[in-house]
Design a protein around this ligand. Structure first.
Ligand code: BV8
Ligand code: ZN
Length: 243
């Protein structure tokens, strides 16, 4: 599942950038957002992952994040995450850009990770912005409150919120300078992350998509590998390291 063309591009590549989405964690057992099994059928992520929903009903939003943390705390990275750790060690410049908040790239051993949408294991105060380590608010009545009195929220980027500027700038810079760019396990609908593969293409990178189904960018990039990231990525890495 690694074409000769891709292999030759990778052998010559100095800089490789990767954008990952929820699909790369699917084989670990973390539900994706828009898949049929959906994170929480009753609500669309956009209805829960936004500040207004949080202020209107912080208990409901905290229940959603604790439900997701419960799952994430029980799962392990899968072969796709570990393949990216090997890639990071192999290439001179390797940039891992993730939309995921599930901490699995870090757990797998990736060193340099651009977390575009934050990290579910981090929390911060809505008033004083102080960071607070992981909290498991056990659905008891009182909500997690900072010692300044402010409400504590998950440190993730919600819809309508801007992404961490430095992380976003570094991601665009890495994308523009990449020789090969992988878009892995993302439906490529959430902006501005979804513009990165096309940015890479416009900057002359060889853009490869790894997904179990076609997406809105499939016809706009160089190579689409249809299948599971946990199967395809290890094959690419072993072919590259054996060549
Ligand atoms: C912003 C953190 C502005 C929270 C998330 C109209 C047009 C364009 C844009 C907009 C618009 N209206 C609104 C917007 C902006 C909006 C947006 O893009 N909306 C979309 C829905 C249209 N974007 C924003 O609001 C962003 N902020 O624009 O700010 C601004 C600017 C300045 C000042 C102030 C404001 C913020 C977006 C971040 C939202 N937060 N998550 C949390 O996780 O709880 S987004 C959420 O979606 C996750 O981060 C997730 O990663 C991300 C993208 O989803 P995917 O990762 O792609 O997951 P999905 O389920 O969709 O797809 C999985 C894929 O994997 C599938 O394709 C499947 O086939 C594949 N797959 C499954 N299994 C496997 C697999 N592939 C390989 N192997 C497998 N085994
Ligand atoms: Zn505070």
């Amino acid at each position: 599942m690694c074409s000769e063309r891709l292999l030759s591009k990778l052998k010559k590549a100095k800089t490789v950038a990767v954008l990952t989405g929820a699909g790369i964690s699917a084989e670990s057992g973390v539900p994706t957002f828009r898949g049929e099994e959906g994170l929480w059928q009753k609500f669309r992520p956009e209805e829960l992952a936004n500040f207004e929903a949080f202020i209107r009903n912080p208990k409901l939003v905290w229940e959603w994040y604790n439900y997701r943390k419960q799952i994430i705390n029980q799962v392990e990275p899968n072969p796709a995450h570990y393949a990216l750790v090997k890639m990071e060690a192999h290439f001179q410049n390797f940039h891992l850009i993730t939309q995921n908040v599930d901490n699995l790239h870090r757990k797998a051993g990736s060193q340099q990770i651009y977390e575009l949408h934050g990290n579910i294991m981090r929390n911060r105060c809505v008033d004083c912005n102080k960071y607070i380590d992981d909290i498991y608010f056990t659905n008891s009545e009182e909500l997690p409150v900072c010692d300044c009195g402010g409400l504590i929220r998950p440190d993730v980027v919600w819809f309508g919120e801007s992404l961490p500027q430095q992380v976003l700038m570094n991601s665009f810079f890495a994308t523009k300078n990449s020789d090969v760019f992988f878009s892995i396990g993302t439906s490529a609908v959430v902006q501005p992350a979804a513009s990165l593969p096309l940015e890479a293409k416009q900057s002359g990178a060889y853009v490869v998509e790894i997904n179990t189904e076609p997406t809105v960018i499939t016809n706009l990039i160089d190579e689409s590998l249809l299948g599971k990231a946990g199967e395809i990525l290890p094959q690419i890495v072993s072919k590259l390291l054996d060549s």
